[in-house]
Every structure is written in C-alpha cells, then in structure tokens.
Design a protein around this ligand. Structure first.
Ligand SMILES: Cc1ncc(C[n+]2csc(CCOP(=O)(O)OP(=O)(O)O)c2C)c(N)n1
Ligand SMILES: [Mg+2]
Length: 227
C-alpha cells in the first residue's frame, strides 16, 4: 500500500483521475476502503474485467488493479492473460504471497513446489506459475518484480507501470507469515519479521531482462524489469 501511494505521490498524479479496482482476498483490501479515492471492490477473480470496462468507458482515467495472486492468477487467470494479450492500458499490481491467504492458506498457482499449505500438508507437488513469465508470454508490455523488502525498486517499478501506455504488470512479493511462513519455518524463519528479512537473502537482481528465461534457482526469487 505504501509503495503504491508513494509512487502516486512522487509522480504528482491527480488521484481524482484514477480508479483502483480489486477483487477478493487480503490483498484486495489494499485500495478499498483505505484509499481516499474512487475504488471498486469487485467479485473474486474479476477485477481486470471491471477495470477493462472502466477504461473503455472513460479512457482518460488511470485504472489500477491491485489484488492477490489467487485472485489474479487462479480464478482470474483468464482475464489476466487476455488483458495482457490485448495490451489494454491497465496497471496490474499483484501482492503475491504464494497462497490463498484470506480463506485459510490453501495452495495457489504461485505456491512453490514442496511448500506446505492447508491443502498440501505434505508439500505442493505441482509446479507454480511465474507470473512475470506468464504475462510476458501473454503479451504484457511492461513487467517487473520486486518485494516489500526492496521498497525503493518496488516504488520505481510501480511508477513506470503507472506511466506505461499499455498493459503493465508488477509482481510485488508480499509474504504472509500467518498462512505461509508459519507452515514453512525452515525456509521462512520463525516470525513475520524474519520472513520479510529473508527476502534479502533469497532475492537475486537480474542482470538483464532475458535472465527471466534462463534463471533456474528454484529457491531464489529473480527481481528486476523484464520488459
Ligand atoms: C467465486 C468465489 N470463489 C471462491 C471464493 C473464496 N475466496 C475468497 S478470497 C480467495 C483467495 C484469495 O487469494 P489471493 O487472491 O491470493 O489473496 P490473499 O488473501 O492471499 O491476499 C478465495 C478462494 C470467493 N470469494 N468467490
Ligand atoms: Mg495470495
């Protein structure tokens, strides 16, 4: 929430000319009801469909979708790839905690292999989506990943996404200790603070955008701008 608001402030954007759209989940509460702005809290998986309607009705508005990995990439995955394919001018910011947080910690399409969740007590067995690769393949024209630890980069990337003419996607890695870290303490540490600090150890800054397709350290997170 801070990174988004700071990005808007640093760009001196008029918040009255922006609309923030979210779906359902913890991440979906980031704009609504907390932003003093026009917000639309929509159905689970459908924020991009509503945002597309807003943008078509009034193209002068800056339309920003803020939601979770489950909302955007599971039930809403179809809207995500097709909005990217159409290169609709939307900024989509995914608060990615690799789990369905709000509903009790079920496995998500972003859950890493081996991670324990409420529905995978022995560890997730299916390979996850890398949301940057997914949106790259679908046709998004600005794509970046940062974390809530690397806030300066996160703000910088959100600023670029907000000014981008076309479909932009930010994968904002946002750990959830309650539903994810607590069940995976060997990797995440034993507290919310350790989980956030651990982001420093497991993150690798990409040397080039192409590294998105060559990086193969499954226990690390590749950060940077990929398109
Ligand atoms: C049609 C429909 N199916 C399922 C749900 C239950 N549900 C609410 S939020 C959610 C998952 C949210 O996960 P994510 O988007 O990652 O948000 P987080 O809570 O992790 O931030 C689910 C399955 C729902 N509200 N509506
Ligand atoms: Mg989530």
């Amino acid at each position: 929430m801070q990174a988004i608001l700071r990005a808007i402030d640093e760009l001196s954007l008029d918040i009255d000319k922006m609309v923030f759209v979210s779906g359902i989940g913890c991440a979906a509460w980031i704009p609504s009801p907390h932003f003093a702005a026009d917000t639309l809290h929509t159905l689970h998986g459908r924020p991009i469909a509503y945002a597309t309607g807003i943008k078509l009705f009034n193209p002068s508005l800056k339309v920003v979708v803020i939601s979770g990995d489950g909302d955007l990439a599971a039930i809403g995955g179809n809207h995500l790839i097709h909005a990217a394919r159409r290169n609709i001018e939307l900024s989509v910011i995914c608060a990615n905690n690799s789990i369905y947080g709000m509903t009790g910690g079920q496995v998500a399409p972003t859950t890493p292999c081996g991670a324990k969740t409420a529905t995978t007590p022995q560890g997730a067995s299916e390979p996850p989506f890398d949301l940057c690769k997914l949106t790259w393949g679908a046709g998004a024209t600005y794509i970046a990943r940062s974390t809530v630890f690397h806030t300066r980069e996160l703000i910088k990337y959100i600023k670029k996404a907000l000014m981008h003419k076309g479909f932009s996607f930010i994968d904002a890695i946002s750990p959830c200790y309650t539903q994810y870290g607590r069940r995976n303490q060997k990797v995440c540490g034993v507290s919310p603070a350790s989980m956030v600090l651990n982001l420093k150890n497991i993150s690798v800054k990409a040397k080039s955008p192409q590294e998105l397709f060559t990086f193969n350290e499954s226990d690390k997170i590749l950060l940077g701008e990929f398109k």
